[in-house]
Design a protein around this ligand. Structure first.
Ligand SMILES: Cc1cc2nc3c(=O)[nH]c(=O)nc-3n(C[C@H](O)[C@H](O)[C@H](O)COP(=O)(O)OP(=O)(O)OC[C@H]3O[C@@H](n4cnc5c(N)ncnc54)[C@H](O)[C@@H]3O)c2cc1C
Length: 398
């Protein structure tokens, strides 16, 4: 018997025992953060430049999944949104693109769990959470459509047993053969008007994935155009019907979780500033946004984010405005920190391979990914008008 075969035979019952063991028993706060940090500072830090140039780090995502970094935000694992944010921040400190992949994966898991569809719970969700299967989210367009910014791009028609969906989304990340993502389509009713929307699990193997043009960053996020042509959605793949109340419920968590990515980019920029303090501090002292200032702002913003993470499903308008505000502040701080990192490093930071170069492109992505800064401000203005209707002398909620 070859030694490889012997090994497989010996390992088989062990592997079976492992896969039938409940997922997440060992995911204490300390263990998740320690393991995520070890992955971030080890293999992820070593791979960050390659990921920036297009390597899709599914192996590292698998490691992050088995460390618990992709599941602890879910109710079944203690609804530890703060811990999930901290894990995403630790990874993004080394690589913003991987932080974005974690966010895509996290919210996809949230869709599964919050759907209350038994076909999307159990082993399917366990595999997702543990990083044995992978999937993202195609919600940029519907989020903007619900805010009144643009029309919805996927259209569904009711058919026996479900819906047929057609349309094209220009970019969806963390997908590929065998993968999936959460998506939303407008249902066409009488007179071709949209009666309501459905949210469903889109399986990439039944969709057409089209290559995207080259981006200035996020090249390692496996981002594709997705075309659907009479794609069938059955009951087992329905996440929500209608979709709007569901989105209303998870919107706070969806937006808040993105802060982990931005806070990590700030922290990575801070590392870059500090790394040249000894050699260039005498002249860098004349720069604005020095490390002590960025560190203080980061700590304050992070504390605000963590406070909001304690009640992620708070449906109050004031709460949502606060979430939108910290998300926008995170983008703005990432801008300032990444620009300052480049100024602190000077020519060495201006090299194409230098981390501050990558940080600047990552910070710009944090600012344009939905909800983009302009979208956040649009929503804050709209909600503030609702809370304080013009002409209402006594104020109060509309
Ligand atoms: C690298 C990358 C990864 C992304 N990953 C995801 C993801 O995983 N899931 C997801 O839902 N969204 C994803 N997006 C989309 C992203 O969240 C934003 O929706 C997008 O950047 C545009 O947002 P905006 O508010 O700036 O729209 P605007 O720039 O104001 O654009 C308005 C509309 O025009 C569309 N548009 C603009 N330029 C083009 C173009 N060249 N071709 C086709 N349409 C165009 C935009 O998508 C948008 O809907 C990704 C975008 C990028 C660049």
């Amino acid at each position: 018997m070859s030694s490889a075969l012997a090994l497989r035979l010996v390992d088989a019952p062990e592997a079976e025992a492992l896969s039938s063991r409940p997922v997440g028993l060992e995911w204490t706060d300390e263990a998740v953060l320690a393991e995520t940090t070890a992955i971030a500072e080890g293999p992820l830090s070593a791979a960050a430049a390659a990921i920036d140039h297009g390597a899709y780090p599914l192996d590292i995502m698998g490691q992050l999944g088995s460390a618990g970094a992709l599941g602890v935000h879910l109710d079944r694992h203690g609804a530890r949104i703060g811990l999930s944010l901290a894990a995403m921040q630790a990874a993004s400190r080394s690589c913003g693109a991987t932080g974005f992949l974690m966010w895509c994966h996290d919210v996809c898991g949230l869709y599964f769990e919050q759907s209350a569809n038994p076909a999307l719970a159990g082993a399917v969700l366990d595999d997702h959470v543990a990083g044995r299967t992978f999937g993202g989210t195609a919600l940029s367009n519907p989020m903007k459509a619900f805010a009144g910014i643009e029309p919805i791009l996927l259209r569904a028609r009711r058919v026996p047993g479900g819906y047929r969906v057609s349309g094209m989304l220009p970019w969806v990340s963390h997908i590929g053969p065998g993968q999936y993502c959460g998506a939303i389509a407008g249902v066409l009713g009488a007179g071709e008007a949209i009666s309501h929307e459905i949210m469903f699990l889109l399986r990439c193997d039944r969709a057409e994935l089209r290559p995207c043009p080259q981006f200035s960053g996020m090249e390692g996020t496996s981002t594709w155009g997705v075309r659907l042509d009479e794609y069938f959605v059955g009951r087992d793949d329905l996440i929500a019907d209608p979709a709007r109340p569901f989105i209303g419920r998870i919107r706070g968590a969806f937006i808040l979780l993105q802060c982990g990515m931005g806070l990590g980019v700030v922290e990575g920029s801070l590392d870059a500033m500090l790394s040249v303090e000894e050699t260039l501090g005498h002249v860098n002292q004349f720069l604005d946004d020095r490390p002590d200032r960025i560190a203080a702002e980061l700590a304050e913003l992070r504390a605000r984010v963590m406070r909001l993470a304690e009640t992620p499903y708070d449906g109050a308008t004031d709460y949502l405005i606060d979430v939108l505000d910290v998300r926008a502040q995170t983008s703005e701080l990432a801008f300032r920190a990444s620009q300052s990192a480049l100024l602190h490093q000077g020519a060495r930071g201006y090299m194409m391979s230098a981390p501050p170069q990558r940080r600047i492109r990552e910070a710009h992505f944090v600012a344009i990914v939905t909800p983009a800064i302009k979208h956040l401000r649009w929503e804050m203005a709209r909600l503030s008008r609702e809370v304080l209707p013009s002409g209402a002398g006594t104020g109060g909620r509309a």
